[in-house]
Design a protein around this ligand. Structure first.
Ligand code: PLP
Length: 271
């Protein structure tokens, strides 16, 4: 093959997350999403899951020193423009990633993955409290309503409750929270962004509304949203631009979901 163009330097985005052998969520969704945003995807894998569309059969959490070694290998060589975190599996992994991110001064999107859509746990039961340390390094935390409930001890069943939970999450140390509305009843989905006053002078709240797609092929939607926002931040979009663009990308990925196995389908990362 003859190369006809000089190499370009797309912004590098790092995902620290678990592998989904079924290809719809986790590292696989992250890298597809990052590349669809014209960014260069790198990864530090925290755990491998043996899973398909019907469920998670096995989880192998990688040694924390190996996770840190993957992180170091990437940041020592690449000018990483933004990082996202996904499945972190245990308290020890959350603490390792928190230590790694203490040295990073770019944007960090934390998707506090806890339970797969099939109901399988992806985070050990005692590990939720450990997220507070990680939130100190987070530009944005992107919980769904169930995760927001576990993080704040609130019932999150309305847009007002989502806003209150978002305010609690920024009080825990994050610069901003995007509480996703997919699990809250309503004709359309409203994702609620709360940005802390330390970033914007006064606390800023904004709703991102999009049509509810009638589908069960939503596996990977959270991973896709957080990766899209991270890739957009690596392209130096503002937080509100990145959230608006990420929500639109995710809504399209859900709308054009794929039916590839016996169980519910996955989102599709169309360019
Ligand atoms: N990470 C891994 C490895 C997963 O298997 C899953 C869901 O099964 C997730 C993250 C979260 O997926 P979603 O984007 O559907 O919230």
């Amino acid at each position: 093959m003859t190369r006809t163009h000089a190499p370009v330097s797309p912004p590098v985005t790092l995902t620290i997350a678990g592998s989904d052998s079924g290809g719809g969520a986790g590292i696989q969704a992250d890298l597809k999403t990052i590349e669809a945003h014209d960014a260069f995807g790198t990864s530090a894998i925290t755990a491998t899951t043996a899973q398909n569309t019907t469920g998670v059969a096995d989880i192998n959490v990688l040694p924390t020193d190996h996770i840190a070694a993957q992180y170091d290998a990437v940041v020592d060589d690449f000018a990483v423009g933004a990082i996202k975190t996904g499945m972190l599996a245990t308290t020890a992994v959350i603490e390792t990633v928190t230590d790694c991110l203490a040295e990073f001064d770019g944007p960090v999107v934390v998707d506090p993955v806890m339970v797969a859509a099939t109901g399988d746990r992806l985070l050990s039961e005692d590990a939720e409290a450990a997220y507070e340390g990680l939130f100190d390094h987070a530009t944005l935390v992107t919980p769904n309503a169930d995760e927001a409930e576990l993080l704040t001890d609130r019932t999150v069943d309305s847009v007002d409750a989502a806003e209150a939970a978002g305010r609690d999450i920024v009080k825990l140390g994050a610069d901003a929270a995007l509480v996703k509305g997919g699990h809250i009843d309503g004709e359309s989905v409203v994702d609620t962004l709360v940005i802390d006053e330390s970033v914007t002078d006064a606390t800023h709240t904004e709703g991102f509304s999009h049509p509810r797609v009638d589908t069960d092929a939503t596996h990977g939607s959270g991973c896709t949203l957080s990766s899209a926002i991270a890739a957009r931040l690596a392209h130096e979009e503002t937080l509100t631009e990145a959230v608006a663009g990420g929500v639109a990308f995710m809504e399209r990925a859900v709308r054009y979901g794929v039916d590839v196995g016996e169980g519910p389908g996955s989102v599709h990362h169309l360019v």
